[in-house]
Structures are given as structure tokens and as C-alpha cells.
Design a protein around this ligand. Structure first.
Ligand code: URA
Length: 234
């Protein structure tokens, strides 16, 4: 990982600020002063010091899970199984799901112990796209695509941000939203007189649900996925 990226990720400053700190010689890698901001470090092996203080790069974990129905997106539930039950050894790793999918929703859920990243991804100002494959009952009218784009008014008076909807076949389509209000997609459809029957998240920011990941399965993010997610925060 690039040295400037790692320091910015750990909260030592913005990318611009940490580049400046590196150029000023604040950082040692394995005892050698490094003034190159694009210097590559092995965050698991290299000993890194900032202003003579040892940096502890917490081992950050990132998993992509294909959530099955019946699991709650939480770190604890008194009655139902939780998504973390699907991750081996999760108890010792401080993992949590980034955001929530309803118990009956399936699909892409990011599981991590990186609080900074989760905060960025969930920040309403970031407008991270989330796409859901949806099946529904009720009568779909072509004018609804425009209504989704203009922002649906929910039952509590909240006007949603613009969303896009693509009908794939009768009663089946893909909706992309930028927020994550409680039961948002279901409530958007209800506002138009339809009912969501099944909901599956197929993408989250730059992550796409892999075709070969079956429900209940998970895998670590690839280096490329991780870098994209951390750099762009989406
Ligand atoms: N919108 C919903 O209604 N439910 C989900 O789980 C996610 C988005």
C-alpha cells in the first residue's frame, strides 16, 4: 500500500497533508527516513514511525457476503441469527456489517472492522449508489421511472433523493438509490401502489455481488476492490 494512503487512512491528515508530512521527513520506515509519498509499504511487516512514534496499523479486514434471507444485519440479536454468524471466527475480530439489509433482503453486504471506512460509506453526504434487484406485485406504469428520478415522497413526508429504475421484465427490475433509509425501497414502491416481493442488493458503491458467490458465502475483498473502496470511499 502507498505510504501516503495508509497514513491518510489512519487519520494522520488528508492525503495532501500527509504527503507534506512525508516530504518534511516525519516518517520512518524500518528506521529509514522516507520522503517519497508514493513509497510502498507492506502494512503487515514494515515498522513505521510518525514523528518518532510507532504506528500500529490495526489489521483491517474486509469481506463481501451474499446475505441469505432470515439473517439480521447486526452484531447481536436476541432471537434471530445474525449475519456475523456466517463469518468464521468473527467473535475475535471486531467485525460488523456496513449498514443494514432487512431480514428478508438478500445480497451484497460488506463486513469489516474498519470503522473509518464504514463511516465514510454510510455518510449521507457521500451519496454511495446501492443497486437492488427487485420483484414486485401491483401495476407498474411507465411514468414511474420519472417519479423515481424526481424523488419519491414517502409515507412520513420524506422526499427521497433521485433514484433510477430499470424494468427488466414484468414485475422485475433494478432500482438504484443513494441513501439507506429504513425499508426505503419497499416504502418507495408502496408509495406508488406496488409491493416488493423480493429484494436483493447487487451492488454497493464500486462493489458488485460476484456471480459465483452463493447465498451464505463470503470472501475477502481483492486488493483491487479494497484499494478502490478505500481511495474513493464509495
Ligand atoms: N430497502 C429496503 O426496503 N430494504 C432493504 O433491506 C434495503 C433497502
Amino acid at each position: 500500500m502507498r505510504l501516503d494512503k495508509m497514513l491518510a487512512h489512519l487519520g494522520y491528515g488528508s492525503r495532501k497533508e500527509v504527503k507534506e508530512f512525508i516530504r518534511k521527513g516525519y516518517v520512518l520506515v524500518n528506521g529509514i527516513r522516507i520522503k517519497d509519498d508514493d513509497y510502498k509499504v507492506d502494512e503487515t511487516m514494515d515498522e513505521i514511525q510518525f514523528l518518532e512514534q510507532q504506528i500500529h496499523y490495526e489489521h483491517l479486514l474486509y469481506f463481501i457476503l451474499n446475505k441469505p434471507a432470515g439473517y439480521v444485519s447486526a452484531t447481536y440479536d436476541a432471537y434471530d441469527p445474525i449475519v456475523l454468524d456466517l463469518i468464521e471466527g468473527h467473535e475475535k475480530r471486531g467485525l460488523f456489517p456496513v449498514g443494514r439489509l432487512d431480514k428478508d433482503t438478500t445480497g451484497l453486504l460488506l463486513i469489516t472492522n474498519d470503522g473509518n471506512l464504514a463511516h465514510q460509506l454510510l455518510s449521507p453526504s457521500k451519496h454511495v449508489d446501492k443497486a437492488y434487484e427487485v420483484t414486485f406485485s401491483g401495476e407498474y406504469q411507465t411514468s414511474f421511472a420519472v417519479k423515481f428520478k424526481e424523488g419519491i415522497l414517502l409515507d412520513d413526508g420524506y422526499k427521497c433523493l433521485p433514484a433510477s429504475f430499470k424494468l427488466l421484465e414484468s414485475h422485475h427490475g433494478i432500482i438504484t438509490i443513494q441513501e439507506g433509509k429504513y425499508h426505503q425501497v419497499k416504502r418507495m414502491f408502496e408509495a406508488l401502489g406496488m409491493n416488493v416481493l423480493t429484494l436483493k442488493r447487487v451492488s454497493f458503491g464500486c462493489l458488485t455481488l460476484p456471480d459465483d458467490l452463493k447465498e451464505g458465502q463470503y470472501r475477502s475483498l481483492t486488493e483491487q476492490e479494497k484499494n478502490k473502496l478505500i481511495t474513493k470511499g464509495e
